[in-house]
Design a binder for this molecule. Structure first.
Ligand code: KIV
Length: 271
């Protein structure tokens, strides 16, 4: 039986074992109770309460504005729904950069108030002090390298990162640094697949890719993107498994028509 099937609760240890056994790890985002319940029941290994909630839940252009209170609220909703998956909560912009004490306080709030299982931080050497401090409190940390959306105003675009040798070398060094610091996994976002393969082979901890090719130890997508609820975002790496936009709009139009035609509610739907 696979490690995935055997695990009644996914832990950081389960993920490590999956990497060593060559079993791919699955991760999806969720931000609310109802969808988190469906995602967990469907057997995903990691549920990420991503700061992409800033985009898909709140309609912001970037992930920068979301606050720690917002993230804790989303994580609380998700936590109530999840029995099996490991819940990783993104630390929002401004809660860990530059001050490891603030980072620790923010991570502790996530663990205490939302009962998350782990936190995720964007960046390499720039944030390693914060990562180390959070780890001293026994809080598991997932790293995130490559395209780090919280730094959008530094990059200027959401295009593929680390195509040039210098940036690729820094990414490899950062991945090793995060592993040595004690991170249990690293997200690799939007980098060339050859580089992602090289990183995945040079660290013992699992890599989870998004737009980073098929050689990462696992894959992550934003749930609303893969379900086709958000359709204004269409990067090459995104596979849409449903077209819910069309189905939801169709259902809402039908409801309006039925009410206007005095067809809803009918006798059977009334008391
Ligand atoms: O916030 C998020 O959804 C993420 C994923 C894209 C990895 O960080």
């Amino acid at each position: 039986m696979s490690i995935h099937t055997q695990a009644r609760k996914v832990t950081t240890q389960t993920l490590q074992e999956m990497k060593h056994a060559g079993e791919k790890i699955t991760m999806l985002t969720a931000y609310d109770y109802s969808l988190a319940k469906l995602v967990d029941r469907s057997g995903v290994d990691i549920i990420l309460v991503g700061d992409s909630a800033a985009n898909v839940m709140a309609g912001h252009d970037t992930t920068v504005p979301i606050t720690l209170d917002h993230m804790i609220y989303h994580a609380q909703c998700v936590q109530k729904a999840v029995d099996r998956a490991l819940i990783v909560v993104d630390m929002p912009f401004g809660t860990y950069q530059g001050n490891s004490r603030t980072a620790l306080d923010s991570a502790i709030r996530i663990m205490k108030e939302a009962a998350g299982h782990a936190v995720k931080l964007e960046g390499g050497s720039e944030v390693v002090e914060s990562i180390e401090r959070i780890l001293t409190a026994g809080i598991p940390v997932m790293g995130h390298l490559g395209l780090t959306p919280q730094s959008i105003y530094k990059f200027g675009t959401y295009t593929v990162r680390a195509k040039e040798d210098e940036e690729a070398q820094k990414l490899i060094t950062d991945a090793k640094l995060l592993e040595a610091a004690g991170c249990f996994a690293i997200v690799l976002e939007k980098i060339p697949s050859g580089l992602a393969k090289q990183v995945s082979e040079s660290v013992e901890i699992p890599t989870i890719g998004i737009g980073a090719g098929g050689d990462c130890d696992g894959q992550v997508l934003v749930l609303h993107d893969m379900l086709g609820i958000t359709t204004d975002f269409s990067p090459r790496f995104l596979r849409r498994y449903l077209n819910l936009e069309e189905q939801i709009e169709g259902a809402v139009k039908q409801f309006c028509e039925d009410v206007r035609a005095k067809d809803f509610p009918n006798q059977d739907e009334s008391y």
